[in-house]
Design a protein. Structure first.
Length: 318
């Protein structure tokens, strides 16, 4: 069953709801986490199985060097000098092998320099791992499930994947272009990178690369506005092929020397955190309006949001 509605008890109101209620984008993400049981999510949220989903739609991914459920079988001796090891069933479970040395990369914010290039981590043992520690960390990942509130992760078969290192096209830093794709159409684009995450930068564009001017900012704008990618039209086409048939998915793409590659598909961006993906209410409402759930599901999303806010207020008052 793809969708479980609220029961009659859950739908009762103490007061008549405002007719102009407008769930924000994050409200609808949390509704999906709580209610939507689309089995396709188990494929597209899985960093291993999504590769086949992409290939069937003529979309490339990073070269897969190895996949295993037993980290002790990783063929370290025959792998290239540089690559990534990832837990396919979680988030931030990333190990970088660079010139034969292992580093716990996570989301990269601690080992990326101000210009977006990697720091001289070879001189810093803080993040360095031994081969035995890599195996131990991957073994730990195999026994974990990522965030119980995010339903799809609880049903993804654990795998460790090894992927080739990507080289950015005409840039020193590999950026991921996050395509917010609603009903098969890209409506907003956010740029992510280890440097942006480290510096808490955030910027959104429409599909024509016009910047959305937010009414409120929590994170900083980048010092310089990122230029329009030369292959933006190709990125849009790729994202829309991948997002066809889905009411929403955030599709993260890389512009590399090997072409436009899929990084991952995300169905629960930022875990539906309040004030995500920005703290600008106008933008968050507009983005939520692109996601057409219908009146009943939107009402459910609104009610779930009110309950979350009520719980927050109770905790603050306690």
């Amino acid at each position: 069953m793809a969708y479980r509605p609220l029961n009659s008890h859950e739908m009762k109101f103490k007061r008549r709801p405002l007719p102009t209620f407008r769930p924000k984008f994050a409200d609808k993400v949390r509704w999906r986490m709580a209610r939507d049981r689309n089995l396709l999510f188990l494929t597209i949220q899985d960093k291993y199985r999504v590769r086949d989903y992409a290939a069937k739609r003529s979309v490339k991914t990073a070269e897969l060097l190895y996949v295993t459920q037993n980290p002790r079988t990783i063929p370290f001796k025959t792998l290239p000098d540089s690559y990534f090891i990832k837990g396919a069933h979680g988030w931030g479970w990333n190990i970088l092998c660079l010139q034969g040395n292992f580093y716990y990369f996570k989301n990269g914010i601690e080992i990326v320099d101000i210009d977006g290039t990697l720091k001289d981590i070879c001189a810093d043992n803080k993040h360095q791992l031994t081969q035995d520690e890599v195996i131990a960390l991957c073994t730990e990942w195999m026994s974990k499930k990522h965030r119980a509130k995010e339903w799809a992760y609880q049903h993804i078969e654990p795998n460790i994947i090894v992927e080739a290192l990507l080289t950015p096209l005409n840039d020193t830093e590999l950026k991921d272009y996050r395509m917010y794709t609603f009903h098969g159409v890209v409506r907003a684009i956010n740029i992510g990178s280890a440097r942006f995450r480290r510096d808490a930068c955030n910027i959104f564009f429409d599909r024509d690369w016009n910047e959305f001017e937010l009414t409120r900012y929590q994170e900083a704008r980048p010092e310089s506005t990122p230029s329009r990618p030369k292959r933006l039209d190709e990125m849009l086409a790729v994202a829309e092929r991948l997002g066809a048939g889905l009411d929403f998915a955030r599709i993260d793409l890389y512009d590399t020397t090997d072409g436009i590659l899929l990084g991952e598909m995300t169905i629960y961006p930022e875990g539906g955190g309040i004030n995500s993906p920005t703290i600008c209410p106008a933008f968050n409402h507009w983005l939520g309006n692109q996601w057409k759930l219908g009146w009943r599901k939107s009402c459910e999303a609104f009610l779930l949001s009110l309950r979350k806010l009520r719980r927050r207020h109770k905790k603050k008052a306690a």
